[in-house]
Design a protein around this ligand. Structure first.
Ligand SMILES: [Zn+2]
Length: 421
């Protein structure tokens, strides 16, 4: 029943947009031609009107695309999809794609829950790249970056952004956005953006901008889909607030840190708008009495990957942001020993004057918090080694190799043992 009020919800979010015809589509019965599609001169793929009924929850048009629909070849949208298909093949084969372990299937499961009848139309690719981003390609390929996964705390928070991206797909925003910019460069651009390859500014600019109206719509969809799936829509605001805390207000203002921030409105207005919609959904009783949070499930899945993702962030060298991120993750309370070890790693790798002491302080806290990764002994050994305290260095190197006999760097570490004797 949430669907009936979608127009109102979105209007609450985007009053200006609702004055135009664009969002009136939500108030019209499914068989009334969509104002948005009527505006679309390309008529690339006439949407077959789905004869759904009120009882199915689709009494009003929810999307501009039907399940399993593909655009006709030779149309603008057909061309865009063709480019997207080519880009998708590259992403599917990319070495950065995460195929192993529970994470890809877990994200797919949540996408399916949110997307409902569109489950089979959306293909999920989890890729190992820094930065907070998830991105929907026009053909339904959804790319989820590891830098985004490390920055959210629970399944519900993950669902917030996935729902937003599914919203872009359902409303065919990519067609509306890129119908004027169908060029051969698109394949390279998509792959480049998603895998972090630097691009020419113009190519990038053409592809990255959804309009503000589209973003508001996608936000509305995100909250709607997550409420229907049993999640708490207020999580959307909390994700945003968390992100602001991690990147810092300056970066938010400059909108330069992540693709997601460059392409999504970052004003406080957005956070406020998300809260208004969430409250409305709650007032109308559309939020589950006990919404799914999925903190434990999410943390369990992430446990296998988190250290690698943090290593990637360290390699990126953005230590200030990583420090804030780790503080927040430490506050979440999962495996604090591992996080405190990485807190120490920031200081050790940064190498400013007082950093070795700060690193040792964090390592000691890590031992008190539980069982840190074996690498902590290598790190402590390296600090001693640098200070020419070779006996202590050797002791810790030996401990590291004892705990991790098959370490890839075993021979290097061995060569450092016994120095100074
Ligand atoms: Zn968006």
């Amino acid at each position: 029943m949430i669907v009936f009020r979608t127009g109102v919800i979105l209007c609450a979010l985007a009053a200006a947009a609702c004055q135009s015809n664009k969002l009136d589509v939500y108030r019209k019965p499914i068989n009334t031609p969509s104002a948005a599609l009527a505006e679309d001169s390309t008529k690339a793929s006439p949407t077959e009107e789905t004869e759904t009924t009120e009882s199915e929850g689709y009494g009003y048009r929810l999307s501009d695309i039907t399940p399993a629909q593909r655009p006709t070849t030779g149309t603008v949208e057909g061309g865009i999809w063709y480019q997207a298909d080519k880009a998708e093949v590259k992403i599917a084969r990319s070495g950065k794609r995460i195929k192993d372990g529970p994470l890809p299937a877990y994200v797919e499961k949540i996408v399916c829950t949110l997307a409902g009848p569109y489950c089979d139309d959306i293909r999920v690719y989890v890729v190992r790249t820094n930065g907070f981003n998830a991105s929907m390609m026009p053909n339904g390929a959804l790319i989820v970056q590891s830098g985004f996964l490390i920055r959210v705390r629970s399944e519900a928070q993950l669902a917030t952004v996935l729902g937003h991206e599914i919203g872009h797909y359902l409303r065919r925003h990519s067609l509306k956005r890129t119908k004027d910019t169908v060029t051969g460069a698109n394949t390279a651009a998509w792959v480049g953006i998603l895998l972090g390859v630097p691009l020419g500014p113009q190519v990038f600019a053409n592809l990255r901008e959804f309009s503000r109206d589209h973003e508001r719509e996608a936000d509305g969809y995100g909250l709607l889909l997550m409420s229907r799936a049993g999640y708490d829509p207020r999580q959307a605001t909390w994700v945003w607030d968390r992100l602001v805390r991690i990147v810092g207000p300056e970066a938010i203002k400059e909108r330069k840190r992540y693709n997601f921030m460059a392409t999504h409105p970052t004003s406080p207005e957005r956070s406020k708008a998300l809260r208004i919609i969430a409250n409305e959904l709650e007032e109308r009783g559309d939020v589950a009495a006990e919404p799914i949070d999925g903190f434990v499930e999410y943390q369990n899945v992430m446990a296998e990957y988190r250290a690698d993702f943090i290593e990637d962030e360290i390699a990126d060298g953005n230590f200030d942001e990583l420090e804030r991120l780790l503080e927040i993750l430490i506050g979440d309370g999962e495996n604090r020993a591992e996080l405190l070890f990485y807190r120490g790693e920031i200081f050790r790798r940064r190498g400013k004057k007082k950093d070795p002491e700060q690193a040792m302080f964090a390592y000691n806290r890590a031992f008190r918090a539980g069982t840190p990764p074996p690498e902590i002994h290598r790190s402590i050994g390296l600090i001693h080694f640098k200070l020419k305290e070779f006996d202590q260095a050797t002791e810790h190197f030996a401990k590291y190799l004892e705990l991790k006999p098959d370490a890839k760097d075993a021979s290097i570490v061995k060569s450092m043992m016994g120095a100074g004797t």
